[in-house]
Design a protein around this ligand. Sequence first.
Ligand code: KIV
Ligand code: ZN
Length: 524
Amino acid sequence: MSDNITIFDTTLRDGEQSPGCSMSTPEKMEVAKALVDLGVDVIEAGFPIASPGDFEAVKMIAEAYGDRTTICGLARCRVEDIDRAWDALKEAQDVRIHVFLATSAIHREHKLKMAKEEILRQSVEMVKYTVDKMAARPDITTPNVEFSPEDAARTELDFLCEVVERTIEAGAKTVNIPDTVGYATPSHFYHVIKTLKDKVSNIDKAVISTHCHNDLGLAVANSLACVEAGARQIECTINGLGERAGNAALEELVMAIRTRKDYYGVTTNIVSEKLYPTSRLVSSITGMKVQRNKAIVGQNAFAHEAGIHQHGMLQNASTYEIMRPKDVGFVGTNLVLGKHSGRHAFRDRVVQLGYTLDDETFQKVFEDFIALADKKKDVYDTDITALVEQRSHQAPTTWTMSKFHVFAGMGTIPTATIALTHEDGHTSQDASTGDGPVDAAFRCLERIVGTEATLREYNVRSVSSGKDAMGEVTVEIDANGRTYHGKGLSTDIIEASALAYLQALNKSIATNGNGREPHTSHGV
Ligand code: KIV
Ligand code: ZN
């Protein structure tokens, strides 16, 4: 049995399925690139039959990255799903189709209304169909087909063994055992995998995989128990994103396997230093914040407040630290640069923080840094990270803000005056009042771009420490029946709010075009 664990990332499929986490195709491409750089072995890029957008994203990701990692598309056990998945994948180099059908009594009776025999027959037929479809491509000698008996954790064990044996016989090269509703516990799921290993006669012809949901907060523990029992693929997501309480968190699994190599005796191909930047990227694109005390990638993950800990840490870091922050690419709040630090020092720091920027992006980030250093004395690593991320994300910029003025205070009517420049070159300016300066700015932006939106969430946080710290505002809006996220950065939090709202509106415009003609528009 191999001692390398295949890391199968489903952030772009199961993660994206969770409410409020949908991503546009360019955003999915950006996450896919980060996953490739992270060293993920399989990327489940989407569910091609779900929508034309999903199909397009899977196709683009497969064609862009299928030469660096395996790209997978999900399909139900239906001919039309499998055909659609294959159409999205067929031009790409290294691809997998993942077919699934529920097997538990509760799903058989209430969802599928199918008897065990029908489930078995359909699973086998559809695995064979997928194998034949893929094998028709001359260069594919071993079709990469994965089968999942959905809700396996609540499936009768003897029936589960039968389904697994018959789908392996039909050609499945990976059999994934999902805990679809997060019902399993570690010793229970260990027993499930161990039974499959002991009782399924052809189990050595396939890789056993696991896919755990986190409803009881046990997804990572259950996945690790499966590894102990012999699973050699883990399905997981960045930041544990996913339906309801999410999936097993990739970063936690990878670091548990690495930190406790003495116990598990297995490895992964993940470049652990990229865990933190990838987590930030996914959080920023989906708008799903990472809790401060989240293991591995939370802001407090490496903070030591208690005096007794600090004393021990100063003597020897290993007293209270089982991983080094740099192992996961964690960026602290070290003071590094100021107004007089030159271009070279800045470039060095950007490289040390793990970013590779093209010249054009570097120039923009450097200009942002100079502007920031003019406003605030000390620039921290977290500030630099925020500036780099702001410039490197490919958010649409149909409109950019060229002037911004707010007037607010006690006894006055808050008013915002904003000028936006369209990518075609023309500028529009307008003014609006509101309940407060943020409301006035949001209303003004909506008037200029001609899109109405509802603000669902608004958060502001300080990027680093000190009264002059930059504020990072994140917003979630509903516009034209969809949800969009935006992020803005400035030492002025009202301006950061306007930038965040504008980014979200730009995303909506990129998807739908303008909802209506602008209310007023004055050429400037
Ligand atoms: O949770 C689940 O069962 C799934 C399957 C499609 C593998 O996501
Ligand atoms: Zn799932």
